[in-house]
Design a binder for this molecule. Structure first.
Ligand code: AMP
Length: 189
């Protein structure tokens, strides 16, 4: 099973991805987590990425595509994966299609998690206090929301045209939302 989770910052992609990967026994790949690891290691990739991430901007497509091409070639991806936070632009989606075609595979479904704008901001401000992420300050949160609607939301049409898009209501209790996602994935995969 090869899945993509989409949704504006705060929609619960990471939280739900953790639960869904356990249910289906697949790998959870979060590009945000991979980049944060690189920042912690102070690698050259991390140093470059942090200049964009701290301002709530997207790390350039060529960097992400190179990083994900290498990651998706590793053996642990063969049993299936759930991509969280990637692709985030149309060039990334095109690049991902090419990477997967080379392996003779493709995406099975794209889950778009939807939530009210007010709820998104509330969740992110809370996460900023609890997790201490550099990019969960009110200013950067607003910037990340803008980036999502401008650069990432066009992917919804891209995947809808391919017949892969599934929209899920991301409001309510965490367990309730997981159940919705698992139910709809069970019905199609
Ligand atoms: P996330 O943890 O998914 O909210 O990502 C945190 C930050 O990492 C984003 O605001 C971007 O700066 C960067 N990032 C993560 N994934 C990508 C991606 N696919 N393309 C560009 N930048 C990304």
């Amino acid at each position: 099973m090869r899945l993509i989770f989409m949704g504006p910052p705060g929609a619960g992609k990471g939280t739900q991805a953790e639960r869904v990967k356990d249910h289906f026994g697949i790998l959870h790949l979060s590009t945000g987590d991979i980049l944060r690891d690189e920042i912690q290691k102070r690698s050259s990739l991390g140093l470059k990425a942090s200049t964009y991430m701290d301002r709530g901007r997207l790390v350039p497509d060529d960097i992400l595509l190179k990083m994900m091409e290498q990651r998706l070639q590793q053996d642990d991806c063969a049993k299936g994966f759930l991509l969280d936070g990637f692709p985030r632009t149309i060039p990334q989606a095109n690049g991902l299609d090419i990477i997967l075609e080379k392996n003779g595979s493709g995406i099975d479904a794209v889950v778009s998690i939807k939530a009210d704008q007010e709820e998104l901001i509330k969740r992110l401000v809370l996460r900023g206090k609890q997790a201490g992420r550099n990019d969960d300050t009110p200013e950067v949160i607003l910037q990340r929301q803008k980036v999502y609607w401008k650069q990432t939301a066009p992917l919804l049409d891209y995947y809808e045209t391919k017949g892969l898009l599934i929209e899920v209501n991301g409001m309510g209790e965490i367990q309730e939302i997981s159940n919705r996602i698992i139910k709809v994935l069970n019905s199609i995969c």
